[in-house]
Ligand binder design. Structure first.
Ligand code: SF4
Ligand code: FES
Length: 256
C-alpha cells in the first residue's frame, strides 16, 4: 500500500517545527513503526535526517512509544500502543498526520519524541512502598482480597506512555497518577505511605504544570492499557482524606 505521511519535524525544543510531507510504500503485515523504519532507511539513503520517534520493546509493555496519528493518541485502534498497531488497519492511499504529544509538561525533544521525565518525578515523589531488604517474603504471608488484587493489577497495567495527557484538552495527568496511586493504595503493602503518597504525588503533578482534570474522559478512550476513570476517583478520595487528616478535620474525613 502507498501512503502519504505528514510528519512533524523539529530539531529541538528551542527551534520552530513544521509538517513535512513524505510518500512511503508499506506492506499490510508491517507494524506502524516498521513502516516508519522503511521511511527512515529511504531518508538515510538520500542523505536526509531520519524521523526521530521513541520506542524500545515494540511489544506494548515498556511505554516508550507514542505519538498522534490523525489527532488520536496511539492511532485508531483502541487499547493498542502505536508499536502494536499494524498497517492492515489502514488502506492504500491513506493520508496520515503524525505529531508528537502536545502538552506543556512534555516538551519536544526532536520530531515525534517528547520529554516525559515529569512522569518520573511524579513517581519519585511517592510512587513506591517501603519494603524490608533481605530474602523475599513467603508468597502467601500477606493475604490480599481477590477484588483488591484484581483492581490493583488493572491499575498496575499503566505503562506511563503519556497518551492520557496528550488526549486531554487540559493536558491533565490524572489517569496516570490515579493509576499509580490506586495500584499501591489497594494493596496492604501500600498502606503505610498511602496518605503521604497521595499528597506528594498530587503536589508534584501541580509542580510539573499539568492541567486539572475536568472529567472529560478522553484519557480513558485512548489509554492503550484501558485504565478506567475510577482510578481518578480513588486518587481524589485518598488526596481529600489525607488533606483533611493533615488539617485535623476528622468530621469530613469520616464522610468519605
Ligand atoms: S494511564 Fe494509560 S495512557 Fe496514561 S500513561 Fe498509563 S498507560 Fe499511558
Ligand atoms: S515500544 Fe514499548 S510499548 Fe511501544
Amino acid at each position: 500500500m502507498k501512503l502519504t505521511l505528514h510528519i512533524w519535524r523539529q530539531k529541538n525544543a528551542g527551534q520552530p517545527g513544521r509538517m513535512a510531507r513524505y510518500s512511503v510504500t508499506a506492506s499490510e503485515h508491517m507494524s506502524f513503526l516498521e513502516m516508519l523504519d522503511v521511511l527512515n532507511e529511504e531518508l538515510t539513503a538520500k542523505g536526509e535526517e531520519p524521523v526521530a520517534f521513541d520506542h524500545d520493546c515494540r511489544e506494548g509493555i515498556c511505554g516508550s512509544c507514542g505519538f498522534m496519528i490523525n489527532g488520536i493518541a496511539h492511532g485508531p485502534q483502541r487499547g493498542t500502543t502505536v508499536c502494536q498497531l499494524h498497517m492492515r488497519k489502514f488502506k492504500d492511499g491513506d493520508v496520515l498526520y503524525l505529531e508528537p504529544w502536545r502538552a506543556r509538561a512534555f516538551p519536544v525533544v526532536r520530531d515525534l519524541i517528547v520529554d516525559r521525565s515529569a512522569f518520573d518525578r511524579i513517581i519519585s515523589s511517592g510512587g513506591f512502598i517501603t519494603a524490608p531488604t533481605g530474602s523475599g517474603p513467603d508468597g502467601n504471608a500477606t493475604p490480599v482480597p481477590k477484588t483488591n488484587a484484581d483492581l490493583a493489577m488493572d491499575a498496575a497495567a499503566c505503562i506511563g506512555c503519556g497518551a492520557c495527557v496528550a488526549a486531554c484538552p487540559n493536558a491533565a495527568a490524572a489517569l496516570f497518577t490515579g493509576a499509580k496511586i490506586s495500584h499501591l493504595g489497594l494493596l496492604p503493602q501500600g498502606q503505610p505511605e498511602r496518605a503521604d503518597r497521595a499528597l506528594k504525588m498530587v503536589a508534584q503533578v501541580k509542580e510539573e504544570m499539568f492541567g486539572s482534570c475536568t472529567n472529560i474522559g478522553e484519557c480513558e478512550a485512548v489509554c492503550p492499557k484501558e485504565i478506567k476513570l475510577e482510578v481518578i476517583a480513588r486518587m481524589n478520595r485518598d488526596y481529600l482524606r489525607a488533606s483533611w487528616t493533615a488539617r485535623g478535620d476528622t468530621a469530613r474525613e469520616d464522610g468519605i
